[in-house]
Design a binder for this molecule. Structure first.
Ligand code: HEM
Length: 222
């Protein structure tokens, strides 16, 4: 049996792929936030960081390919698992454990698909720069600082980013503990701590992203 059959051929394999890719995406989100926080250090710092990343095309494309695979397998396995669960239980019913499950847990596929839709817009907006007011350039490449400021000064763009961060927050809080459970790293001693770390991590990522947007929207950065 090939590795692909082993991972995608049954629901346990798919859950492992979804959990593993999700955890790696959590690491990416932290790195992405740390880079973007350079916004608070001013135009030179943020643009220097962005141009430094783009000065190594081979590295940039390897990272992009890795991210594409991670987002791709994460989204595909989550859709397949949701469809399998629905097929195994065609008539929805309320058991005590369903009622006890948090809103975040019950709406994972929807929060995930909305974050996916945000990501498509986000790539069109800031990577491909085909939507939004992102035409500022410097001698070294795109003026990422000016592009972010021009974008988040627009309440519609800022509002959409903020909404996406709220949904991302709900997605991440449940995702964190769920991934640990899938990987078998849970028991009644550790699970409450894992849940708390999950909420703190989600707050850090989504709170940090909201701070970037709000700092521009309120005129603190600009
Ligand atoms: C306020 C929040 C965010 C800001 C300010 C932001 C900023 C940016 C910027 C400036 C870029 C373009 C980098 C460049 O080409 O130089 C970018 C790319 C990207 N962002 Fe975000 N981002 C945010 C949230 C997110 C979130 C929540 C995700 C994932 C769900 C995400 C995923 C990505 C990805 C995958 C890329 C493409 C990387 C590449 O082109 O190599 N970002 N972001």
């Amino acid at each position: 049996m090939s590795l692909l059959q082993l991972l995608f051929g049954n629901s346990i394999g798919k859950k492992l792929v979804m959990a593993g890719s999700g955890l790696l995406l959590l690491v990416f989100l932290l790195g992405h936030l740390l880079g973007n926080l350079q916004l608070f250090a001013g135009p030179e710092a943020l643009n220097h960081y962005a141009h430094l990343l783009h000065s190594k095309p081979a590295l940039v494309w390897a990272a992009r390919l890795g991210l594409l695979v991670l987002f791709g397998v994460h989204i595909v396995t989550s859709i397949l698992l949701t469809l399998e669960n629905r097929a195994a239980r065609p008539v929805a019913y309320h058991r005590e454990d369903t009622l006890k499950a948090s809103l975040a847990a019950r709406t994972m596929i929807w929060s995930g698909l909305t974050v996916g839709a945000f990501l498509v817009y986000h790539l069109l907006h800031l990577t491909l720069r085909v939507t939004g007011p992102v035409h500022h350039m410097t001698a070294g490449g795109p003026d990422v600082y000016a592009n972010l400021v021009a974008s988040f000064q627009n309440p519609a763009i800022a509002g959409f980013y903020l909404l996406a961060q709220i949904l991302l927050f709900f997605h991440l809080t449940h995702a964190f503990q769920s991934a640990f459970q899938t990987l078998g790293w849970n028991n009644r001693h550790y699970t409450p701590a894992v849940e708390k770390v999950g909420v703190a991590y989600a707050l850090l990522i989504c709170g940090g992203n909201c701070a970037l947007v709000l700092s521009v929207l309120t005129g603190y950065v600009g």
